[in-house]
Design a protein around this ligand. Structure first.
Ligand code: 5RP
Length: 220
């Protein structure tokens, strides 16, 4: 079973005519957006708000009408993937480096649905390296302050240079091991000057469409 395709296509059932829809980033969101594109071709009328330049390109190629984030008051539904999902539906996101726009769009959405294959389900967040977006200025000092909270840090690279986000920032991949208090860690990270935001999405997801024991499950 292609789990990413199954959960991505299932999420399309939550999209209704006239909605403004937040479009996630990554290989699971790809299937959601592709299916949505098919429905748009068949007459579904929606407007999409992409969470990354990569998704903007994909949605445009599929003929999904897009709207600028600054032109809308609210997003009806956002659908996005995740790197880890815990039983309370707290998430680690940002494996693809799009965490900041993804978080802004999730926060602006009436309903935020996460789509996750079975490998993303964990008891406690933290096995997957937590990505943190930082401004380039003073990034070494910012990394030191992150380490002071008990983690290792690694500046993400792309073709021998620092990976640049769509916002022109860097990504630091960290390892906090088991993150037992994600809300507290998220707050502490955001208190560090130079940190833009982390890939911790705490109490944001309203539902998770996932696979458990080879069965499609929607958790709320
Ligand atoms: C991108 C993300 C993705 O949603 C996350 O990395 C999951 O990706 P995939 O669906 O390819 O496994 O947060 O910033």
């Amino acid at each position: 079973m292609n789990e990413k395709k199954v959960v991505g296509e299932k999420a399309v059932e939550y999209v209704k005519d006239g909605m403004v829809v937040g479009l996630g980033t990554g290989s699971t969101a790809f299937y959601f957006i592709t299916k949505l594109g098919e429905l748009v071709q068949q007459g579904l009328s929606i407007k999409g708000v992409p969470t990354s330049k990569q998704t903007e390109k994909l949605a445009s190629e599929l003929g999904i009408p897009l709207v600028s984030f600054n032109e809308i008051e609210q997003i009806d539904l956002a659908v996005d993937g995740a790197d880890e999902v815990d039983p309370e539906l707290n998430l680690i996101k940002g494996g693809g480096g799009a965490l900041l726009r993804e978080k802004i769009i999730a926060k602006a959405s009436k309903t935020f649905i996460v789509i996750a294959d079975s490998h993303k389900n964990v008891d406690t967040l933290g096995f997957f390296p937590l990505p943190i977006e930082v401004v380039p200025y003073g990034f070494k000092m910012t990394m030191k302050h992150i380490r002071d909270l008990g983690s290792t840090t690694k500046l993400r690279q792309h073709q021998g240079n620092p990976f640049l986000t769509d916002n022109g920032n860097y990504i630091v991949d960290t390892s906090f091991q088991k993150i037992r208090q994600p809300k507290e860690l998220e707050k502490n990270l955001n208190l560090i000057p130079g940190v833009v935001d982390s890939g911790l999405f705490v109490e944001m997801a309203d539902a998770a469409i996932t696979i458990i024991d080879k069965k499609l499950v929607t958790q709320v």
